[in-house]
Design a binder for this molecule. Sequence first.
Ligand SMILES: Cc1cc2nc3c(=O)[nH]c(=O)nc-3n(C[C@H](O)[C@@H](O)[C@H](O)COP(=O)(O)OP(=O)(O)OC[C@@H]3O[C@@H](n4cnc5c(N)ncnc54)[C@@H](O)[C@@H]3O)c2cc1C
Length: 407
Amino acid sequence: MRLGFHAPQTEEELSQIVLEAAESRTPLEIMGKGTKRELGHAVRAGAVVSTENMKGITLYEPTELVMVAKCGTPLTEIEAALAENDQELACEPVDIAPVMGYGPGEGTVGGLVATNISGSRRILKGAVRDHVLGVTAVNGRGEIIKSGGRVMKNVTGYDIARTLVGSWGTLAVMCEVALKVLPVQRESRTLVFFGLTDFAAVEALCLAMGTPYEVSGTVHLHAPLAARLSDADLAGNGKAVTAIRVESFPASARYRTSRLREALLAYGPELELDTDRSQTFWKDVRSLKMFQGTKHPLWRVSTVPSKAATLVGNLARKVDVHVAYDWSGGLLWIETPSLTDAAAVDIRRQLAEFGGHATLIRADAAIRKETDVFQPLEPPHDVLAAKLKHAFDPLGLFNPGRLYRGQ
Ligand SMILES: Cc1cc2nc3c(=O)[nH]c(=O)nc-3n(C[C@H](O)[C@@H](O)[C@H](O)COP(=O)(O)OP(=O)(O)OC[C@@H]3O[C@@H](n4cnc5c(N)ncnc54)[C@@H](O)[C@@H]3O)c2cc1C
């Protein structure tokens, strides 16, 4: 096949490229716009296949809450179309592009689905995976497969769409995705507490989540991270910031916020952000503004909320870390100093004790080359992953080496 860069416009063209690659055993690097190209390991490929020319919203039924788009469609286009109808991607996907040195919203919808990096609202509305209704893709045999349509005989029993979400382009090249969308919540109110210890903050966030008031965001930011927020009052306070969000229509959001205040009285005087300030705050969290403007290594760690503060405390005894606790501590964004291994050994040692997964989101190429960027898979997950890989991409054409070194 022709080496270099391929940007097919149709599924048929893409299928043809994959067939040629299969014939010549040419490994392919799969990308959308490449905003996460520096995330993960460098791919050992003979050619690049980009979906950037497969773009456009092919179906949007606001009343049915469904949108179908070609995978190369920029997220900015998707969000603009939704905004016109007061709708949004309810899982509030994180926009990693700015911390990777790209502009906001530059990624494609295919990249979003392939990486499944859900944001703060996941605790109430579910992950990206829960909002994908269907997928059309080309597998490593060059076959066009469709969830809910043609069933690959050797992956019968798997939900193809759910399997491809989060597969980082290692199983198939997605061409088109159908997404569930939801109305924008008009009122957004956020209670903010200052200067809580990590333990008290996680306790308060978990307490809030345990109430019936439908909390849609719980985050705790170490003081140096809070200092990078857009809101001058929060940034200038010099203290850690702990925030709890409620969204809905105005009367309901206000009622539920006032009940939450009562439930959380023990955590001290707090500030209540109105809709404008609340939306600005969560936009910062969504674009990881707290980690922009530096080149320090950045990890995304999922663990058990009740153990998160102990895990971070243990880590902080060895490494100077700045941490954002999202999902009440179930998701930690950890910035470390630029050590030779980006503190990988210390972080993974903690996870071996407490359970969970760590992904190195940002680090120099030299560090990524020597470090496991994704959590190494343990049995029986490694066996399952190998079986899935074989079923979708038997020749190992797609993104070799992307997830795990030497594979
Ligand atoms: C208490 C607790 C226990 C958990 N236990 C587990 C567990 O036992 N097993 C587990 O998998 N997760 C576990 N997780 C993590 C959990 O699935 C999620 O929180 C996940 O890590 C982050 O979710 P996400 O859907 O946002 O995926 P993301 O983290 O955004 O997804 C991106 C990444 O791609 C996926 N991926 C990883 N490896 C591969 C691969 N080889 N091929 C294709 N895709 C891959 C994801 O799983 C991965 O993290 C646990 C989390 C918690 C809080």
